[in-house]
Design a protein around this ligand. Structure first.
Ligand code: ADP
Length: 746
């Protein structure tokens, strides 16, 4: 019994030191409460050790020294406890400074309170004890301890009443408990000696109990702080994707709330342990794999939803598999979106088809009347008319050509945009190609008073393979622009070989003008559809802003490129570079410039044909008259038919050298009529003497191929291009029947 108090105090010292070591080893100094608690533990240990020393003394002088040590712990304990409680309470800073500041007064009191005359020691049955001698410092000490205890109580009550979170309220309750324990002890050894009773080291023992309570409070605080262990749990439950955890024996161990709702199972009555009742692929397909993780496509058995299982192995410290985490990705929305996309694509394709059909029809519908307008104006111009009328008709012809060009451009750009544009590849004569261009542009340049220079590398091979029509339209368009946007000076075309191999020749077409030039900022926009610049300066110049956009697309389609160099107000240089396949390697040399070739888009030449009978069939009476008159102007003997049937009947009676057949006609269309005519005799049969030429306003991709495959010998677009018509004559009519001279009135 004698040593029980001293033993208890020593035990308090050991345990307080142990707590101090635990906190020290945690090394979490960034948290203020840990720093304060460390001081608190050390103070508690000193307190217990000091009073243990007092109790085991037999000589009062020694006891005095031990008490002086113990009192350091007492004051340190009270100050750190006050600060700790204030810190936890989140009380306003002003109050905190007041309470903390008051507790620090203990440092002053300490020095007076440890004076020898303050305490009288007397041995007792439980060891050396003491009582306070009356005096101001003892009274002040007692008042100090009571006020500090009271202050702590106020702060704790404040916490209890004002804390907004449940966590702080629980914390306050724990602190209140430790405060009560400490206070009971204080009464025993601070108040007792004050009223003359022998001090029982109650506070020395209870302070230790208080320490234990605060230790658990600190643990509570650290648990409610964000850290790896509690976070993983929070993350797991807060995941909005279904997560299932299986052990190494493939038994289901944990699943989060999202998994329950995804699987459509009831949390309370859930007793599934395997994987197969939940997902369709067999167990071995899900769990047997080499790598650390794998993705498996699956179907949830409960709701038949498509999902992807991301199966990840869990390893222990010895690298043995202890389980699997399965993260489920719901693919049902994706599947729905895919279905929607498929439907949207189908709809888009339908819309695209509708657009193509519309384009085909529109092109046909607009080109047919255009055919009449252009054809008749051409015919009227051949008549003997007065100058004023001639001027009007020329304007009609000119505007119609412009309108037709715009229609063609719009049609082309729509085809390019819908990806329907395809190249029509064929072999062509380089010289023809060059002469076509030169004839056309030189006329235009001449009209405007510009010099047109053309310099061609005569080493260019004679026959090339490519899309001649598109290539010509690109070069002509750029040259046209050069003429259009140049007021005075010259337009030059330089064609040179950049490279030549056994198969290809890389050609460069340089168009140089001394025109208005293009601003640097506009060059970037040059190839955009409907983009035109300097509208004020260019007022009156025909154009839609589509030409270069189309040319650029054509060149790209042909695997080439266009570059532009321009100095504003000085002139521009457009350079087209592209490859063409070589068919005949012989250089053009002498051929070029020596022969007289026809213009490709110019008007009728003075070609005259004698003694050749042809038949023209068209359900449109106006078109029929246009075609009839054009053909007559060449000296041909022309019969007409307004329907396929009529044409068949006429063919039965006569052997025509050529039959021009409109493709689209009511009742019997052009193809059917042609097939019927083919059966009439060997003259009309395929490969026979009669050439069947289909007339169509359709310029949609594949039309030409389709019609030639259907059995026609040739294809002629509407409106008729005279150069093409004349080429047909040159090809199919014997040379002796063709002459050049003034038209003979028939
Ligand atoms: P369009 O000539 O029908 O307007 P383009 O697409 O061919 O359309 O040309 C677009 C614009 O580029 C023209 O409107 C013109 O402002 C400018 N441009 C084209 N070529 C030249 C050039 N050689 N010199 C000056 N400006 C040009």
């Amino acid at each position: 019994m004698k040593y029980i108090v001293s033993q208890a105090l020593f035990a308090g010292f050991v345990l307080a030191s142990y707590f101090a070591i635990i906190i020290f080893r945690k090394k979490e100094w960034k948290y203020i409460e840990n720093r304060l608690f460390f001081v608190f533990c050390i103070s508690s240990a000193i307190w217990s050790l000091g009073f243990f020393g007092v109790f085991i003394q037999t000589v009062p002088d020694n006891a005095y020294a031990w008490r002086a040590v113990g009192m350091i712990g007492t004051f340190g304990y009270l100050i750190s406890a006050q600060m700790l409680i204030c810190y936890f309470s989140e009380i306003a800073k002003g109050y905190r400074y007041f309470f903390d500041g008051f507790s620090l007064l203990g440092v002053i009191i300490y020095f007076f309170n440890i004076q020898k005359e303050q305490v009288t020691y007397h041995p007792s049955s439980i060891g050396m004890t003491y009582s306070f001698n009356p005096g101001i410092w003892n009274n002040l000490y007692t008042a100090y301890t009571v006020i500090v205890a009271f202050n702590m109580l106020i702060v704790i009550i404040y916490m209890l009443r004002h804390s907004t979170t449940q966590r702080l309220k629980v914390l306050a309750k724990k602190l209140l408990l430790s405060e009560i324990v400490i206070m009971i002890g204080m009464i025993l050894d601070t108040i007792f000696p004050l009223i003359g009773l022998a001090a029982i080291p109650g506070s020395s023992i209870s302070q230790f109990l208080g320490l234990v309570v605060i230790y658990y409070t600190i643990i509570f605080v650290s648990h409610s702080r964000i850290n790896i262990s509690n976070m993983s749990e929070f993350i797991y439950y807060s995941l909005t994707v279904p997560v299932l955890v299986y052990d190494s024996k493939y038994k289901l161990q944990i699943l989060n709330d999202t998994a329950y709702s995804f699987l459509g199972v009831d949390k309370e009555n859930f007793d599934i342990t395997g994987i197969e009742p939940l997902f369709t692929p067999a167990r071995e397909n899900i769990f047997n794999f080499e790598q650390k993780s794998q993705n498996v496509d699956a179907v949830c058995c409960h709701n038949q939803l498509y999902c992807s299982l991301s199966v990840n192995k869990i390893y222990d410290a010895y690298n043995d598999i202890i389980g699997y985490i399965i993260i489920v990705t719901d693919l049902s929305e994706q599947m729905k979106t895919m279905k929607k996309l498929e439907t949207a694509m189908e709809e888009a394709e339908c819309a695209n088809k509708a657009k193509s059909t519309f384009l085909a029809n529109m092109s046909h519908e607009i080109r047919t009347p255009m055919n009449a307008i252009i054809g008749f104006s051409e015919l009227v111009l051949k008549e003997d008319i007065n100058d004023e009328t001639r001027k009007y008709v020329e304007d009609i012809k000119w505007s119609s050509h412009n309108l037709l060009a715009i229609i063609n451009d719009i049609l082309d750009i729509s085809k390019i945009e819908s990806g329907k544009m395809e190249l029509v590849l064929d072999s062509y004569s380089t010289v023809d190609f060059l002469n076509d261009i030169s004839l056309l542009i030189s006329q235009q340049a001449e009209k405007k008073g510009l010099t047109f220079n053309m310099k061609v590398d005569t080493a260019i091979p004679k026959v090339l393979y490519g899309d001649k029509v598109r290539l010509r339209s690109v070069v002509v368009n750029i040259l046209n622009n050069a003429v259009k946007y140049t007021q005075k000076g010259s337009v030059s075309l330089v064609i040179s070989i950049l490279k030549q191999t056994d198969e290809y020749v890389t050609l460069e077409f340089k168009v140089i003008d001394t025109g208005i030039g293009i601003r640097e900022k506009d060059i970037k926009k040059l190839f955009n559809s409907f983009e035109r610049f300097d509208q004020k300066i260019n007022y009156g110049i025909e154009g839609s802003g589509l030409g270069l956009a189309i040319s650029n697309s054509y060149v790209k389609l042909m695997g080439g490129s266009i570059a532009v160099n321009s100095v504003y107000k000085k002139g521009s240089t457009f350079t087209v570079t592209l490859d063409q396949k070589i068919i005949d390697f012989e250089p053009i040399e002498n051929d070029y410039n020596n022969k007289n070739y026809m213009s490709s888009t110019g008007g009728m030449s003075d070609m005259q044909i004698s003694d050749v009978e042809v038949l023209v069939t068209d359900d449109n009476a106006i078109n029929l008259r246009v075609a009839q008159n054009i053909l007559k102007h060449y000296g041909l003997i022309v019969d007409t038919a307004l329907s396929g049937k009529e044409a068949i009947e006429l063919c039965k009676k006569k052997d025509y050298a050529m039959v021009f057949m409109d493709r689209m006609m009511p009742e019997m269309d052009g193809i059917e009529a042609m097939n019927n005519i083919r059966t009439i005799s060997s003259h009309y049969a395929a490969g026979g003497n009669c050439k069947m030429i289909v007339l169509t306003a359709d310029v949609i991709k594949g039309t030409r191929e389709y019609l030639l495959e259907a059995g026609f010998d040739e294809y002629l677009g509407k409106p008729m291009v005279f150069s093409q018509l004349e080429r047909l004559f040159l090809r199919y009519i014997p040379a002796e029947k063709i002459s050049y001279g003034k038209a003979v009135e028939k």
